[in-house]
Design a binder for this molecule. Sequence first.
Ligand code: PLP
Length: 454
Amino acid sequence: MPQPKSTAELRALDAAHHLHPFSDMKALNAEGSRIITRADGVWLTDSEGNRILDGMSGLWCVNVGYGREEIVDAVAAQMRELPYYNTFFKTTHQPAIELSAKLAELTPPQFNRVFFTGSGSESNDTVIRLVRRYFDIREKPQKKVIISRRNAYHGSTVGAASLGGMAPMHEQGGLPIPDIVHIAQPYWWGEARQGETMEEFGIRTARALESVIDAMGEDRIAAFIAEPIQGAGGVIIPPITYWPEIARICRERDILFVSDEVICGFGRTGQWFGCETYHTHPDILVMAKGITSGYMPLGGVMVADKVAEVLMEGGDFNHGYTYSGHPAACAAALANLAIMQREKLVERVAENVGPYLKARWSALAEHPLVGEAPMVGLVGALELTPDKVGRTSFPDVGKVGTLARDFSFANNLVMRAVRDRLIIAPPLVISHGECDELIARARRTLDQTYAELK
Ligand code: PLP
């Protein structure tokens, strides 16, 4: 452990040497970062002694909460035994083998094989390579196009950011790469037509997939990729008609359906995987974050048997990462999943704490600033609006969201803002008392933001 330094010293070093992800460094250095020093359960502590309720599970990942000695011990023991070895060139090791088998047990029945990566982004880059390889082997090399959705987030590498539908990311660096097409997202509040019901909107938006397949020709389309609930795009919870219609379209066409479960996986929606909550039937399932609860970096791509069987007929798959199946990361995942199973955390989200928080979160929709307050499992959003009935947006999109996010931080509650939408995804272990505290701080945040706008 480094020797402790003062907050001022740390901020000065940070400003001099550290480029933060997704940050305006000039503005950040002028303000100075909050320095997080420790964490326990759902609580963070910063270098100034503040106790902060982590409403975002770090970056949607610390599902079992902070301070789990069991994971720490498993990683330490693995590091003493075998800190690293690769899984290339005819070698493997017990943690990777056991985790593969555990994932086959936890995922839907069509999945029995996993390709390990180091992150969600690497997993989605793997998806691009893998689906194209699959159709090459099937002698359909022209099937290359992957359909995704606007405002999707699939990661930050060149491939994953191209799959994503984030315009500000595409604007920097000439993305997307060729053969990736984006269709509408099921964002009812922001994109429904006047008078259109949620159900009608869900069907219309899903059929955008069918239209693109028809327009481009099924023989060119390899896959459709989507998050069950768009997370970083603002917790966009689709209307109930959306997923059944998408599932129908994918079933009728020879394209692969990829469920990006980097956020929704491992209990977030009240089932092990979001595709189970929405009864879709993916061919490929992408995971990261909650697989280790963020204690170690690890990602994976689960491949359905029908895809795996073709890949295994194709000889070498020329793809892999130094840290694919890192033993210490796999040990962390095994310990994390053991905690989730033993403490029945997924059932807890579905039957206990999920409904408890949702009842209180939904009540925030009565606040004059809030247009809608949807929540599934333990992931939710608050759409901030100047006009609930007319469903309008604030003129300078994002300004009010940022103001509210900063109030929330000052109230020692981490919520994130996407445009003018506040979002939460707390650890799955959050207690009822902590839910009450979260709601009290969120309400105070809304009141302060509303007062500031008057
Ligand atoms: N996919 C989804 C749905 C995500 O939310 C994220 C990250 O937030 C990623 C992929 C990228 O994961 P990573 O940051 O581990 O590369």
